[in-house]
Design a protein around this ligand. Structure first.
Ligand code: ATP
Length: 353
């Protein structure tokens, strides 16, 4: 396995800049996800690393080798696609063998490799079947086996779980992560699903309009989003508009003064995550208390969500685990009830524009 170094990668399609100045290092054995909305350039970046798309500028290195101009089959990357891309007229075993043939792995080594990877993905018993005789999850396991059979230096996955139903998606996700960690595979995983990215990543690169917005561990990105896009894309964020005074206070447009723990003299927005919001029948003795009424309550099974209309300021959403009794004050969970929203200064995040 090797580290991947993506250096100032750029791709233009005519007047469209699909990827702009993308730089990132993936460490040996690390799993990094590219996360972002449709059209932000995730797939284009991955395809430049795999060799299917030629960059307009920039370089990609695997270890010390510059692979930017190498053809796909010489890069030693194993790729898994959203739609499995298996050959319909070949059995499971033949599909895996084909990749080895393309890589010019000597014929005598192939059976052992095929056996090994089919074992890894628990598909040995179905090796003689054709893709049409397999479920979606099984087809994706074969595609993973085919990518791993060539013993790639880097493992690339492009939305590999999108075609699976919710339960199977979780199952295959956990299998991919376990396999990746066991084999110590340097891996890039493209997804537009934030929960999937949080669950599977060592680090994530959040992309928007062809640009990397922030790179970090799931916790870093969720707790300390660098800008409003990251804050809103990864989870939800209640936002107050106004300005920081540079001394730990944030003055909302309507004059409400909120306590924060940051200086933030140039801040234009203050954010609070829904689950960090308290909702009470009586005003609690804390720094930030905002009176309002309950606009709606949504029962989500494991969670309860409350929408609030403040006397002054933006509409807020609060969320709490459904523990039966001690979540939000149960007496206030009725539309129209007068309540007090609160949050701790340390739970606020400041943003500039
Ligand atoms: P999705 O999640 O929908 O797959 P993505 O983040 O992977 O989106 P890309 O497929 O990388 O996004 O596309 C990035 C941008 O580049 C989009 O605006 C897309 O329309 C454009 N684009 C991609 N491929 C081409 C192409 N061959 N010709 C012209 N424009 C393209």
């Amino acid at each position: 396995m090797a580290n991947v170094s993506i250096q100032n990668l750029q791709k233009r399609f005519g007047a469209t800049t699909a990827v702009e100045d993308f730089s990132l290092d993936v460490a040996d054995g690390e799993l990094v996800t590219f996360l972002g909305p449709s059209g932000c350039g995730k797939t284009t970046t991955l395809r430049m690393i795999a060799g299917f798309i030629e960059p307009s500028a920039g370089r990609v290195l695997i270890g010390d080798t510059d692979i930017t101009r190498l053809p796909v089959h010489k890069r030693n990357t194993g790729m898994v696609f959203q739609r499995y891309a298996l050959f319909p007229h070949m059995t499971v075993e033949q599909n895996v063998a084909f990749g080895l043939e393309m890589q010019r792995v000597p014929a005598r080594q192939r059976p052992a490799r095929i056996g090994e990877v089919l074992d890894l993905v628990r598909m040995t018993h179905l090796r003689a079947r054709y893709p049409r005789e397999l479920s979606g999850g099984q087809q994706q396991r074969v595609a993973i086996a085919r990518a791993l059979a060539i013993q790639p230096r880097v493992f690339l996955l492009d939305e590999p779980l999108s075609n699976l139903d919710a339960k199977l998606r979780l199952e295959v996700r956990e299998e991919i992560r376990a396999l990746q960690q066991r084999l110590g595979l340097s891996t890039i995983f493209v997804t537009h699903d934030q929960e999937e990215a949080l669950a599977i990543s060592d680090r994530m690169a959040i992309m928007y309009e062809g640009k990397v917005q922030q790179v970090g561990t799931p916790r870093e990105l969720y707790e300390h989003p660098a800008n409003l896009f990251v804050a809103g894309f990864l989870g939800r964020m209640n936002l107050f508009e106004g300005g920081g005074d540079g001394a730990g206070r944030f003055i909302c447009k309507d004059g409400t003064v909120l306590a924060t723990e940051q200086g933030g003299g140039s801040a234009t927005h203050l954010g609070v995550r829904p689950e960090r919001l308290g909702i009470h029948a009586q005003p609690p003795q804390v720094a930030n208390v905002l009176p309002g009424t309950v606009a709606g309550v949504t029962y989500l099974g494991s969670q309860i969500e409350v929408r609030l209309k403040l006397e002054a300021g933006p509409d807020l959403v609060g969320q709490t685990a459904n523990r039966g009794d001690d979540g939000f004050d149960a007496t206030v969970l009725a539309p129209g009830a007068r309540v007090y929203a609160s949050f701790r200064a340390q739970d606020s995040v400041l943003f500039n524009g």
